[in-house]
Write a protein that binds this ligand. Structure first.
Ligand code: SF4
Length: 367
């Protein structure tokens, strides 16, 4: 497993929080208008130079909706010219035209990711809060396929759609996307507890995803459900088959990434976070070095230390592969080193030793 102490594998820049959708679960609680304190075009160029100093991490332009920025293509061009593998996650609004998709391709964007949260228009648009979003999503995927732009489909799994995963997977297959990224809820922004699944239901979804992965022509990864890696490792250990996707496409994947560990998030106003779901700032790019914050800030360093994890995550043999969602631990318990509340796995020996209180509370309180 790669050592992420020097440089992230993945940098996510929230170029704006402006967006014309009103998604039920939106992490950013996005609004139609751009924030006056958003990083400017020049500050964006400076940020791209700082990111390049890490080497060649993957840079994701996210939002809100990146297409709400008039200077988006200048920034994308700067990123591509700097030699960064650049990807984008536009929102499915009328701004996402076939022409915009072709322009991504022409600019040198390596992959476009779009969200698909339902198997039909009623389910998806109900989730996204705007009629027509399902149609625009499928049209954008078609436009990308037609112009040779690699794609990824993001799905947030909740109580509202977890019985539709097979049908959504069929749409991913039809779209010829390279990757299906399945997000699990973190209770931040507009996300509601009533939409989240239980730890046992997470395992059922893992089983489902694993079965789909055995024949799917695309890769499957989870976001904020790091314990899917534990599930797959357990299945393989038990003699299970290997997923069929095979890591195709221009963007290879890395094992062991977690919030602050191989992952770095920069907010629309320049705050440096371990993840978009874990808003504990290590400073602002307007005043501190991005590299210094990633390598040496206390929050990032402790997040990369598997031995600092509390409770059963700290005792777990999968802690370096998985480590649980630090964002979910923070959102639910207020302690980002606490065990992931949506993992039902009990490490061998942990139950016998007794569920010792998390040692992490005092550590995180000091950060
Ligand atoms: S106990 Fe923690 S580290 Fe172990 S599999 Fe569950 S979430 Fe991952």
């Amino acid at each position: 497993m790669r050592d992420f102490s020097e440089a992230p594998f993945l940098v996510i820049w929230e170029v704006t929080q402006a967006c014309d959708l009103a998604c039920r679960h939106c992490r950013a609680s996005a609004q139609p208008e751009r924030h006056p304190a958003e990083l400017s075009r020049e500050e964006g160029f400076a940020l791209i130079r700082q990111i390049r100093e890490f080497g060649d991490p993957l840079l994701v332009f996210t939002g809100g909706d990146p297409l709400k920025r008039a200077d988006l293509f200048d920034l994308l061009e700067a990123s591509v010219s700097a030699g960064l593998r650049t990807t984008i996650t536009p929102s499915a609004t009328p701004l996402l035209t076939a022409e915009a998709v072709r322009r991504f391709r022409k600019t040198g964007v390596a992959r476009m990711a779009v969200s698909l949260d339902g198997a039909d228009a009623a389910q998806h648009d109900g989730f996204r809060g705007v009629e027509g979003s399902f149609r625009i999503t499928l049209a954008a995927l078609r436009a990308a396929r037609d112009c040779g732009l690699e794609t990824q489909v993001n799905t947030t799994v909740t109580r509202r759609n977890f019985d539709s995963l097979n049908r959504i997977a069929a749409l991913v297959r039809d779209s010829e996307a390279r990757l299906w990224s399945v997000f699990f809820l973190v209770l931040t922004g507009r996300a509601q507890l009533e939409d989240d699944l239980s730890a046992e239901e997470y395992e059922q979804v893992f089983e489902h995803l694993y079965r789909i992965s055995l024949t799917a022509p695309f890769d499957i990864k989870t976001t904020e459900a790091q314990h899917y890696r534990r599930y797959v490792a357990q299945r393989r250990k038990a003699g299970g088959a290997t997923p069929a996707g095979g890591g195709r496409g221009v963007i290879a994947r890395r094992a062991g990434i977690n919030d602050g560990k191989g992952l770095l998030f920069i907010s629309h106003t320049g705050e440096i976070y371990p993840s978009g779901f874990l808003e504990i700032s290590a400073g602002n790019v307007r005043s501190v070095s991005l590299m210094e914050a990633y390598r040496n800030s206390r929050v990032f360093r402790v997040l990369r230390n598997g031995d600092a994890l509390g409770g059963k995550c700290g005792a777990c043999e999968y802690r370096n592969l998985c480590g649980g969602s630090r964002s979910r631990a923070w959102a639910i318990t207020g302690d980002f080193l606490a065990p992931d509340p949506r993992c039902s796995y009990v490490p061998a020996g942990f139950a016998e030793a007794g569920a010792a209180p998390s040692p992490s509370g005092s550590r995180s309180a000091a950060i």
